[in-house]
Design a protein around this ligand. Sequence first.
Ligand SMILES: C[S@@+](CC[C@H](N)C(=O)[O-])C[C@H]1O[C@@H](n2cnc3c(N)ncnc32)[C@H](O)[C@@H]1O
Length: 280
Amino acid sequence: MNYRHSYHAGNHADVFKHALLRQLLVLMQRKDTPLCCLDSHAGTAFYDLQGEAAGKTGEYVEGIGRLWTRDDLPLWLADYRDAVARHNPDGQLRWYPGSPQIMAELLREQDRMILSELHPEDADTLRQYFAPQPDIAVHQRDGYELPKAFLPVAEKRALWLLDPPFEKTDDLQRCVAAVQQAISRMRQTVIAIWYPIKDQRLLKDFYQGIADSGAPKALRVELNVRPADNQLGLNGSGMMLINPPWPIWEELEQVLLWLSQELAQSGGGSWRMDWLAGAP
Ligand SMILES: C[S@@+](CC[C@H](N)C(=O)[O-])C[C@H]1O[C@@H](n2cnc3c(N)ncnc32)[C@H](O)[C@@H]1O
């Protein structure tokens, strides 16, 4: 396990993932009924963008850095940027909230959250940080085990962020298997899978696997900030949304348009959004 998110926190993929995650939760909370959030590959609660790791890559500069002072953000992006800004009250961009914190600060009295993180240091930090919040449980275990361990949840409503590091070539396949397992245990589970857009051959199998998974609905949402043949690193990423709360199409379109234009590097960004299963 080599991956450390501190090198990548706040980059274009985090902006895309966290802005969408936040709104999925907000939309699910339109109903008063309780909700269980699951974050299977949680990372940690905060990242120091002035720290050594983030400083080495500087990735956040072309991510959250590009939204930081903008006053023309679409609603969902403004909401996300303001959430990050609340942790940096002096206006200097330093503390970046990870996915557990993004969800934690939205939890209502009736909601709870289950986190899993395999890295001992991050799991320990999470455990200490969330210790005062009894509605948040932290487990140091394999995130792919979450459906078997926790679904169905008593609340009957769940939002699961599935955000593995994709260090291994079978991670996309494992995501498909996890979706199948989650759906068979609790059909209405809302799942947001973040994935890198890299190997088209592996992605083709992933798309097919999701389409055939039995998921009632699957919306593929993708953002590229650089042309696909660029050799600089991660050019784009996707969020596969299983059973997304609805309607979100128009808001998502605005977000994707803005991000593909304003986060673009090396001559171009692009986006796409389509249904792989259950088009309305
Ligand atoms: C992409 S990062 C998570 C970022 C975080 N979800 C966020 O958005 O702020 C992936 C995390 O998964 C952890 N990890 C790797 N393999 C895991 C596994 N099998 N189960 C749970 N966590 C794992 C890594 O240590 C890393 O912190």
